[in-house]
Design a protein around this ligand. Structure first.
Ligand code: IPM
Ligand code: MG
Length: 356
């Protein structure tokens, strides 16, 4: 019986996680599966309760987990805290503790959402890519600090550091993924300025030599940011370092109509972590209007990657697609002619579509 650790976190987190578990229960019922859940604190709520954004109880639960499902962390309440007491620090420590270095963010444009985007439909139609974001290195984890604190000359620094082995393993993930897709890898860097990017390019070229059947290219991150909205269909697998991947995946999310649509899987060691790419959206928390699609689609990724339940995963994805096609939309993707539904109504529709 797979054990899933649930991390509701902050903001809209608990609301969307609720819908994700309803969908999981519907899957269990329909396919005769049993899931064991354990809900644990992380983020701001964990700071309030335990004085630690990633408390020991949660770390311990990971030991016996088969997969982890995170909703979202963060909020204005903890914005003035020091790094150690910030919700996001809990998330970063968790990614590191799990060795979850490969963050897979699929971005596929749903035809029924092409006119929910701020971009023109003819630009979006058919776009289908996966962003492979390095998740446990780079600026997020390099040495950081302050110098000459309290003086007018006070300095702050963050270090963008990567080793060959860190680059190689993530680049291999991208090339392996490309084999099962359109066989094209775009590696994104800033090699015209950054030394870490020049090493990145070297490693990409070495790895590429092992994959003669895969076409690959290098792109500079600024140019890629532009090309993503100019002609997104050119991309198949995009691989990049942590911060570039963070930024480009939010940008790419807008191709799908809303950041609320995108799921992700973070793979590395034994236990994988699944999370929507969006944050805790404190501005809409508690209103019941958040889009649960991102976390529900993350559940599908979990069923596929962690449990090997391919049919179940495909059923969840198709259920979300059906609900959207039927015109049921949360506020973020709702056009005037659509039927606007709440977070939980959307979840109910997905469950219904699954059962049908
Ligand atoms: C994401 C988020 C996180 C990140 C934040 C919440 C720390 O933006 O998963 O993309 O930057 O990795
Ligand atoms: Mg982000």
């Amino acid at each position: 019986m797979p054990k899933i650790v649930l991390l509701p976190g902050d903001g809209v987190g608990p609301e969307i996680l609720e819908e994700a578990t309803r969908v999981l229960n519907a899957v269990a019922q329909k396919y005769g599966r049993t899931f064991e859940y354990q809900s644990c604190p992380i983020g701001g709520i964990a700071i309030d309760e335990y004085g630690d954004p990633l408390p020991e109880v949660t770390l311990q639960a990971f030991e016996s987990a088969d997969a982890i499902l995170l909703a979202a962390v963060g909020g204005p309440k903890w914005d003035k805290e020091t790094a150690a007491r910030r919700p996001e620090t809990g998330l970063l420590r968790m990614r590191k503790a799990l060795g979850a270095y490969a963050n897979i963010r699929p971005v596929a444009v749903n035809q029924s959402l092409v006119d929910s985007s701020t971009l023109r439909p003819e630009v979006l139609e058919g776009a289908d890519m996966v962003i492979v974001r390095e998740l446990t290195g780079g600026l997020y984890f390099g040495d950081k600090g302050r110098k000459q604190t309290g003086t007018p000359e006070e300095q702050a620094f963050d270090t963008l550091i990567y080793s060959r082995s860190e680059i190689e393993r993530i680049v291999r993930v991208a090339f392996d993924l490309a084999k099962g897709r359109r066989r094209k890898v775009t590696s994104v860097d800033k090699a015209n300025v950054l030394e870490s990017s020049r090493l990145w390019r070297e490693v990409v070229e070495q790895v590429a030599a092992d994959y003669p059947e895969i076409q690959y290219e290098h792109a500079l991150v600024d140019s890629c940011a532009m090309q993503l909205i100019r002609n997104p269909r050119q991309y198949d697998v995009v691989v990049t370092e942590n911060m570039f991947g963070d930024i480009l995946s939010d940008e790419a999310a807008m191709l799908t109509g809303s950041i609320g649509m995108l799921p992700s899987a973070s793979l590395g060691n034994r236990v994988a972590l699944y999370e929507p790419i969006h944050g805790s959206a404190p501005d809409i928390a508690g209103k019941g209007i958040a889009n649960p699609s991102g976390i529900i689609l993350s559940v599908a990724m979990m069923l596929r990657h962690s449990f090997g339940y391919e049919a179940e995963a495909a059923a969840v994805e198709s259920a979300v697609g059906k609900v959207i096609e039927q015109g049921y939309r949360t506020a973020d993707i709702c056009r005037p002619q659509d039927k606007r539904v709440s977070t939980s109504e959307f979840g109910s529709r997905v469950v219904e579509a699954l059962r049908a």
